[in-house]
Structure formats: structure tokens, C-alpha cells
Ligand binder design. Structure first.
Ligand SMILES: [Zn+2]
Length: 419
């Protein structure tokens, strides 16, 4: 990382940390920015002030931007073409299917659309505010595990209530400003997409929804919102299709798991591993998915046993045999992770001092035989060359070293007689 990038990253982290602390208090600012009866102290920023803040935010976000986390410019460039978007639609709209809620604020404080200026930090740049109030339900946007369920703040402080769900790829969906005492889940609960988790609050009048990874926000697209590529803009009223994982996906997972189980029970761990990987491609917290995850570990343990056996074989002296076994293993356990493991085992073996010593002796043995054959053919030069090379393999106190010295002397005498 060069210095410029380092400074930019440090700035981003600084902003992020500020933002994390600010999230639980920042809601008030959002509510005030929306409220028509704002006091002089909290009056809305002027257009010129906003433009300046947009510019600063864009600079920071583009400094930390990648294909998966584009800056504002790349995002506006690709907004029109769904097939060009590089981040997958993994989430459903976070409320019950069939209902709609208006977008109060979209990405980057509505840089695309009328200005509203609170989503301008590294942890809320890609956030939405959806108009959801008390009595209206908020649902999990994707299957996952609850990591935060804070609804204890009373009316007047409801903006500090927040719920978070962690997903298989390390992303977290964040549901902020939820209604006091409305959480239907607790930390550690496994929830399914479409499951009711809490209600909105009358204080903020909106759900602040964002995806985080390591506490930095990431862009997300909604599976059930095709307009503007799954990214609802200011003023839109998207209708949720959040009925959870489609039945056909669930059936496919169950079927892949069953095939994996059959192979596993027949001792075909390579085949089983393939099916269990298929069954866990998409996180759906049903029994078959969870069991397949556990079975993957068991299959890997079985593969490890086979790798150990091949290593053992090599140590016993059958390197060509072990090499063949490794090649077979690589062919059978086709996926990348397995291949890497086998490659590593081979490399470890080649670097092992005991194996190196064994390999050197194997080569030496062959050399002794070659030299003997050369002697029989009275090819003294060749025999001499091999014996001299072999001197390097042994230490001076070795019996072989002394034998070699004797051999070399003998041949030199023979050569001398001949010449
Ligand atoms: Zn917000």
C-alpha cells in the first residue's frame, strides 16, 4: 500500500469509527433534518454546504472503493445496466411481502435525487431510510444469526435501538431506530428471510437499513426490487416480495444434501464433499444446510487421513507410489480448497529434512550402480566422475566415504597403467 492510499485508508477508518459512535446518536439529526419545525440551531445545510459535503464524501468513498464497494462515480456510471453491476442481489426488502414503504433517503444522502444529508459517512453511505412506524413490522432481509438486539431505549431515545443480523459471508444487515420493546428476537437466534424481527418507531418514522462488513457499509441490491437494479431511490415505494428463500431452492439443498449423505455413508468422501459444497452454496438456515456444513468438515478430515497415508508411504521409501496417490487425490477431490491442501502436503513433504535425506540416498544408490556398470565396461572416466560426485553425499567418517576414496585410488592406478 502506498502512502497516499494509506492516508486515505486511515481517514476512512477514522471516519468509520466516528460514524460507529455517531450511529446511535445520529438518528436525532436525521429526524431533525426531516422535521419542518427545525430550530435555528439544527437548521438544514444550504445547497452549497451540501455540495461541499458530497464532494468530501465522494473523495473518501472513492479512496476506499473496490469493485465490490464502488465510489459514487462508478455507481452512477453503471446504474443503468443490471448485468454490469458487480455486487450480487442477496437481500430482500426488510418488511412483509406485499407491503410497500416509501424511501425517505437513499445512498449518499440522496446524491441521486433530492438532497438529504445524513448518509455521508463510511458506515452509512449505502444506507436507506424507509418510512416504517410503530405497529408496522420489520423482517429479516436474509437468513442469518442475530448479533445485536437492542430495543431497551424508551420513547425519546428510540433512535438508539438497533438490531443486527450476521450472514454466512461475513456481511451484517443493520436495522436501526427500531421501536422500543418491539424486538421479537434475541442475540444468537437464527432467523430466516421474511421472518418478523421487530417494529418501526414513531420517533424516527423510519427504518435505517444498511449492510456492513467489518463495520464499513457495503452496497446491496434487493432481490425483490427490479427497478433501478435493485437499488430503490428517493421517493420510490418498493413493494416487498420477502417471502424468504423460494421453495425450489430449499428442495435443491435438501436433494444435494441427501445425495451427499448417500455418498458419505458409502465411504465416497470426495463425491460427498462435492454435494455438500453444492448444498451450502447459498446460506439457508434449514437443517439440511447446517448438516451439510458439518459434513464438509468430516469429509475434509477423511481427505486429511488419505493425505497422511500418502505422506507415510513416501517416507517409507515409495516416492513414485506416493506421487501417484497424490495425483489421484487431486483428481478425486476436485475443488480448489482440496487442491490447495494437497499441493501444500506435497510441498511440505519435499521440504521435509528426513524426506530430503531419503531422496538423496535414493539418488546415491542409483549412482553407485551406474558407477559399478561403468567399471564393468572399463569406462574409467565415467566411473571416476560418479565416485567423485558421490564423495559430496557422505561425511568423512562414513564407511562409504572411505570406500569411495579407495575406489578412486584404484581407478586412478588402473588408468595410469593403461595410459
Ligand atoms: Zn438513515
Amino acid at each position: 500500500m502506498n502512502e497516499r492510499k494509506l492516508v486515505a485508508a486511515a481517514a476512512l477508518v477514522g471516519l468509520m469509527l466516528y460514524g460507529v459512535a455517531g450511529l446511535l446518536t445520529g438518528g436525532t439529526t436525521e429526524a431533525q433534518a426531516k422535521s419542518p419545525k427545525t430550530t435555528g440551531k439544527a437548521c438544514a445545510p444550504s445547497q452549497a454546504e451540501l455540495e461541499k459535503r458530497y464532494e468530501e464524501t465522494e473523495k473518501l468513498v472513492s479512496a476506499g472503493s473496490t469493485d465490490k464497494r464502488p465510489g459514487i462515480k462508478p455507481w452512477t456510471d453503471i446504474q443503468g445496466a443490471a448485468e454490469d453491476l458487480t455486487w450480487p442481489a442477496k437481500y430482500y426488502l426488510p418488511w412483509p411481502a406485499g407491503e410497500s414503504h416509501k424511501v425517505y433517503q437513499s445512498w449518499n444522502g440522496n446524491r441521486i435525487g433530492p438532497p438529504r444529508a445524513t448518509h455521508m459517512q463510511a458506515q452509512n453511505y449505502y444506507a436507506w431510510d424507509f418510512n416504517i412506524v410503530r405497529g408496522e413490522y420489520i423482517c429479516a432481509a436474509r437468513d442469518g444469526t442475530v448479533t445485536l438486539a437492542h430495543d431497551a431505549e424508551p420513547a425519546g431515545k428510540e433512535n438508539d435501538n438497533c438490531l443486527r443480523i450476521r450472514h454466512a459471508d461475513g456481511e451484517e444487515s443493520v436495522y436501526a431506530h427500531i421501536g422500543s420493546g418491539t424486538s421479537l428476537v434475541k442475540v444468537g437466534d437464527k432467523v430466516l428471510a421474511g421472518q418478523k424481527i421487530c417494529q418501526g418507531s414513531n420517533e424516527s418514522q423510519h427504518l435505517h437499513f444498511v449492510i456492513w462488513k467489518n463495520m464499513v457499509d457495503y452496497p446491496c441490491r434487493f432481490i425483490d426490487y427490479a427497478a433501478t437494479n435493485g437499488v430503490p431511490q428517493y421517493g420510490a415505494s418498493p413493494v416487498s416480495g420477502n417471502k424468504g428463500t423460494p421453495q425450489e431452492v430449499i428442495e435443491q439443498i435438501k436433494s444435494d444434501f441427501a445425495k451427499g449423505e448417500a455418498a458419505f455413508k458409502a465411504g465416497k468422501f470426495d463425491e460427498a464433499l462435492r454435494f455438500f459444497r453444492l448444498a451450502t452454496q447459498r446460506e439457508v438456515l434449514i437443517e439440511a444446510y447446517e448438516n451439510a456444513l458439518a459434513r464438509i468438515e468430516e469429509c475434509k478430515a477423511e481427505m486429511e487421513k488419505e493425505i497422511s497415508a500418502a505422506i507415510e508411504e513416501a517416507r517409507k521409501g515409495d516416492y513414485p507410489g506416493a506421487d501417484k496417490r497424490f495425483k489421484e487425490l487431486k483428481k478425486r477431490y476436485g475443488d480448489k480448497e482440496a487442491q490447495d491442501r494437497i499441493e501444500k502436503a506435497l510441498l511440505d513433504l519435499k521440504n521435509d529434512p528426513a524426506f530430503k535425506e531419503w531422496a538423496a540416498k535414493q539418488i546415491a544408490q542409483r549412482a553407485w550402480m551406474d558407477a559399478k556398470a561403468a567399471e564393468e565396461k572399463e569406462d574409467w572416466d565415467k566411473a571416476l566422475r560418479i565416485y567423485r560426485d558421490l564423495l559430496k553425499v557422505y561425511k568423512k567418517e562414513d564407511a562409504e566415504y572411505k570406500d569411495l576414496k579407495k575406489k578412486i585410488q584404484e581407478i586412478e592406478i588402473k588408468k595410469g597403467l593403461k595410459d
